[in-house]
Write a protein that binds this ligand. Sequence first.
Ligand code: CUA
Length: 380
Amino acid sequence: RPIAAAALGATLLTGCQQANQSLFIGDMSSAYNREIWWMSVWAIVLSIIIFVGVSYALFYTVQKFREDRHDAPPAQFHGNNRLEVILVAVPVVIVFGLSILTVRSMAILNPTPEQATKIDVLGKQFWWNFAYPETTSDAGGVVTNGNEFIMPTKQPVALTITSGDVIHGFWAPNIGGQRAAMPAVKKTWQVDTERAGVYQGNCSQLCGGSHANMRYKVIALDQDRYDATLAAMKAYRAPEPAPGSAEARGYALFMQGKASTAAVACAACHRVQGTPAAGVAGPDLSFFGTRRTLGAGMWEAMSAAQWTDEKAAAELHAWIKHSPTVKPGSLMPSYDGSEYLSKGQKLKGGVLTDDEIDDIAAYLRSLKLPEEADYWRETP
Ligand code: CUA
């Protein structure tokens, strides 16, 4: 069995060396995945036994009752109570057995220990927000982050999953199974991993034009680093930009927009911890400079150093300038004056010059956790 499992695993893994997102052989560093794997193994073993039994009965019957083996037609009869009882009883026993396996796994996986780390997950078209309900920031409000979240290793983590609009699906295969994110419904979902690392998360429910661009990163940290990082996030206050700097100009545009060209303030929709920006219509940008993805995973691997790279800078610029044309269905206003569609309504975004956009980008890049609390540090 282990050899067969290894062979199957190797085949399934060839396409995804970096992030094992296999449906069948999940990441075994998660207790959740191990439980599901063994449940599947028993279900498969049972299926094989049934398959072999049914195949044998079929071939035996065909062979034994072949026409050329009999001179006269076989005895004709109607109804066989004993056979019928067996034909009903056997499937009932099988289904009952599978139910016991399933109920057993559910009983193991469902109750979430009281002391589990709690993280609130909010899915929206087309991004995610993650909040630590038990951690209030020194600047006020719960600590949150957009499209990336940290979790501790070696313990169950209780996610409370919901949606702000349509049905989405939370699914980070390395840390556990998937769960629907439904509007007006909060569901608790337990995940875990024993191995520190960065894992890919996806939206697993077709939810609109940018369903495929609704990804997130799970950064699993060992307890000490998790505690230190969360403490740094709690203590974080966005730095005050130096007067006259690009960051200061970006800050002003971010907070107030530009009335003369009808450019909406970023702060109307985004939150930045420690500033008056407290919008909730878009992802939290408090630690934007630390994040390594943009547009909910559209662009990845922007290391902190790479934010200043030409390519990353160009992507960020393009994003701010006309996000709806970069990402279909994005509800962020366009700042190049073009029309965009929001919830079926044609809206016209305001206008910012390229220099003004670069100022906002400079401000966003400055929103960084202290070096030692950079949760991407030392991750593969
Ligand atoms: Cu959200 Cu698919």
